[in-house]
Design a protein around this ligand. Structure first.
Ligand code: GLN
Length: 240
């Protein structure tokens, strides 16, 4: 039987900085190239989300203003979203979306209530952390590369980070770590978009989603990733 996955893209009209939509394209293509059916459902603020039909959820990045609009809506879906995460639902949350996974995001303009899916918090500080970034992550062999631009500093407490910063700022510019991994959730500041330059992370997410859905060990057919590897190596060599 042909396998299939469904990706839920939350609020793409608001959370869409730096080509985060490219993450969707990448997940779809890497499934399709392997004969796995993939479809994406885009949700706007007024849409009802049925998490039981989703295998991967993408929350992209946004400006503080857009995050403020989204965060009110997120309170309404918090319970269902939390149940999905606790049941090992796969989530990739980038930058503004990553901040909203936590308990709160404090800015000059006020405090945005987070989703409380992962025990972390973010506070804005003067100066933005903007640069290319390179990480070493336990989730893949290749270095993880991307671009960060955030005013918020995120504290993840005892949670597992997504990676160790080899170049760039990461969560708060001082801990030496970037992002968070909780169950099948990855939260990260890396735009770029993240997945096309880091195909192993894309496959990690697809693999986790298929294992959860089909309740069997999945080993994804390797793809020829010459261009992706070249892009990744170019950035790594340039900054390390
Ligand atoms: N508005 C948030 C911040 O500045 C997130 C920005 C983003 O998603 N790039 O910290």
């Amino acid at each position: 039987m042909k396998k299939s996955i469904t990706i839920g893209h939350l609020y793409p009209d608001l959370l869409n900085l730096y080509g985060d939509r490219g993450n969707i394209q990448c997940m779809m293509k890497r499934c399709q190239w392997r004969g796995i059916e993939a479809r994406t459902i885009e949700y706007n603020l007024d849409d009802t989300i049925d998490f039981s039909e989703l295998d991967i959820v993408l929350l992209g990045g946004g400006s503080d203003r857009e995050q403020m609009l989204v965060c009110r809506k997120l309170q309404e879906i918090q319970k269902d979203f939390k149940a999905y995460v606790e049941d090992y639902g796969v989530v990739i949350a980038v930058c503004g979306g990553y901040q909203l996974l936590g308990n709160y995001y404090q800015t000059d303009q006020g405090r945005m209530e987070g989703l409380h899916l992962v025990d972390l918090y973010t506070e804005q500080q003067p100066g933005r952390l903007i640069d290319n970034i390179v990480l070493q992550s336990d989730l893949c062999e290749m270095p993880v590369v991307g671009f960060e631009n955030h005013g918020g500093r995120t504290k993840i407490g005892g949670n597992k980070p997504f990676g160790k910063v080899l170049y760039g700022s990461g969560n708060d510019g001082e801990s030496g770590y970037e992002g968070v991994v909780y169950k099948n959730v990855i939260g990260t500041y890396l735009h770029g978009p993240l997945l096309p330059k880091n195909p192993q992370i894309c496959d990690y997410l697809i693999g986790k989603a298929l294992e959860r859905k089909y309740k069997e060990k999945i080993s994804l057919e390797p793809l020829e990733d010459l261009e992706e590897e070249e892009a990744n190596t170019y950035i790594t060599k340039r900054f390390l």
